[in-house]
Design a binder for this molecule. Structure first.
Ligand SMILES: Nc1ncnc2c1ncn2[C@@H]1O[C@H](COP(=O)(O)OP(=O)(O)OP(=O)(O)O)[C@@H](O)[C@H]1O
Ligand SMILES: [Mg+2]
Length: 482
């Protein structure tokens, strides 16, 4: 399968002597040097692939070239050099009519400044992409209404854009892209006009939509936390160049240079790191078939007061506590029947660390990280959670846990001990407070992106987009969700 979107050595230079500027940049000239003769290098030698179904986030400060880059992905701008492929087709070679067709079938875009038609109501704006495609009026209104409901704008169908707040208009832009139902959606700062709570809601909705509908999404933001939350992979742009492309965790844990490192300093790690990245090997464990005597031996050897009880296929049954095992051994009980405490907090490997605090606070034993099949993948003692917050939570990472899987058969008595005491004393105050703190937006992460009150944002133009009209896309381009 070809990449959904591929950019290969893409340059976009505005202003004078663009071609020459590309040559000079290739030969090592800086942005400032080409600027001296009137060329603005907005995007410089950027290459990446976006796989079908992936959310690829492009992040960078204002002016780093994000909007320019995303506009090249649907042909609203033509690269000065390099190629852009959509679904295997080099779109830089398409004729305007082919380009329009490609957009209406494959790529919708949510614009940074909404680009709504002022004289069309919300429903008509939302149905626009379908209208362009010639979808009959009943069907397009039905689909537009559905999309509006999805973004929480049911009841606003007949209002005009000017009667909506900035955040609501942004949601209309999103609804329009959703209604168009293309496999690829480009989103330029699509959530930046929303207040934090709605914004988080929309992010969650986007993630859900993406996993339900499998859309390929290229999402632009200058909010690092948003980038890290949404992106399967994130590309960091600086002054037009891609300085790092990787998963959120790669960028966080292994920044390519000081610039990226400074950028990620403020990131809320608890939203990026997941249970699987901070979990420890599940030691000790006891086989469900074992008797109290073997269980007690395991506890003693590991100098701990609790052990996880697993079936042979590693499905988690619960935990045993020394305080109940000891007496059972003395009374000569032969099986663990009635001794296994099944009240264990289970979390999935993908749970963000931020969402682990509440279950951890409620549990006196480590959290159990279980996969879809209910198998124990690792455990998270509260100390590990605190260490992850402090930025060194990967010491007992996934590898260790995997090693644990193999080692831990029904008789894991000889496995060595990695956690001093898996049963942490209940001390809920601290983690809970930290969890609260994690809800704060990181300082400086989201410089006010003031969505201009719309007169400054002229309506989209309905005509065919001149593929490289530099002025045109400053004007909301060729309308929206095409
Ligand atoms: N049509 C244009 N003509 C001339 N220069 C342009 C044009 N569009 C963008 N630029 C320049 O290209 C650079 C990148 O702009 P771009 O809009 O892509 O940045 P951005 O990362 O989207 O910024 P923001 O976060 O503010 O939206 C800037 O220096 C900008 O001035
Ligand atoms: Mg922009």
């Amino acid at each position: 399968m070809p990449a959904a979107v591929r950019a290969a050595k893409v340059y976009k230079v505005f202003g004078k002597r663009a071609e020459r500027a590309v040559k000079d940049l290739e030969a090592g000239a800086t942005r400032e040097e080409v600027r001296a003769y009137g060329a603005t290098a907005a995007v410089i030698d950027v290459s990446f692939d976006v796989e079908p179904g992936e959310i690829f986030v492009v992040m960078g400060l204002s002016g780093s070239g994000k909007s320019t880059l995303i506009r090249m992905l649907n042909g609203l701008l033509v690269p000065t050099s390099g190629t852009v492929e959509v679904d295997g087709t080099d779109i830089t070679r398409l004729k305007p009519a082919q380009l329009r067709q490609m957009r209406s079938q494959k790529v919708s875009m949510v614009f940074q400044h909404f680009a709504l038609f002022p004289h069309r109501n919300v429903l008509e704006n939302t149905a626009y992409g379908l209208e362009v495609r010639g979808v009959p009026v009943d069907e397009r209104q039905h689909r537009a209404a559905q999309a509006l409901e999805l973004v929480g704008l049911k009841g606003w169908e007949r209002n005009l854009p000017e009667q909506l707040s900035g955040g609501m208009r942004q949601r209309v832009g999103l609804a329009r892209a959703l209604a168009a139902d293309t496999p690829i959606v480009l989103m330029d700062e699509a959530f930046s006009a929303l207040d934090p709570l709605i914004r988080r809601d929309m992010q969650t909705q986007l993630l859900e939509l993406q996993s339900e509908l499998g859309k390929t999404i290229v999402f632009i933001t200058h909010d690092l936390n948003e980038a890290m939350r949404l992106g399967d992979r994130v590309g960091v742009l600086r002054d037009g160049r891609a300085v790092q492309i990787g998963t959120a965790e790669e960028i966080l844990n292994d920044p390519a240079n000081d610039y990226v490192a400074q950028f990620v300093e403020d990131v809320d790690r608890t939203r990026v790191l997941t249970a699987s990245s901070v979990m420890a090997a599940p030691i000790p464990v006891v086989g469900a078939e074992a008797g109290p005597r073997a269980a007690l031996r395991t506890l003693r050897e590991n100098q701990t007061s609790v052990a996880f009880v697993l079936r042979r296929d590693r499905r988690l049954v619960g935990v045993v506590h020394e305080k109940t095992i000891g007496p059972a051994v003395r009374t000569g009980q032969k099986s663990l029947d009635g001794l296994v405490d099944t009240d264990v907090q289970r979390v999935s490997p993908d749970t963000s660390v931020a969402d682990l605090f509440a279950p951890a606070a409620e549990s006196s034993v480590p959290l159990a990280v279980v996969d879809d099949a209910g198998r124990l993948r690792g455990v998270i003692p509260r100390v590990t959670l605190l260490a992850a917050l402090a930025g060194n939570g990967n010491g007992n990472g996934a590898e260790t846990a995997d090693a644990g899987h193999d080692a831990a058969a029904a008789e894991p008595a000889d496995t060595s001990r990695t956690e001093p005491d898996t049963a942490e004393p209940a001390d809920t105050a601290e983690p809970a407070e930290d969890a609260d703190a994690s809800d704060r937006p990181a300082a400086g992460a989201d410089p006010a992106e003031t969505p201009a009150e719309d007169p400054a944002d002229p309506p989209p133009d309905t005509g065919p987009a001149p593929p490289d009209a530099a002025g045109e896309e400053r004007h909301g381009g060729q309308g929206a969700a095409r």
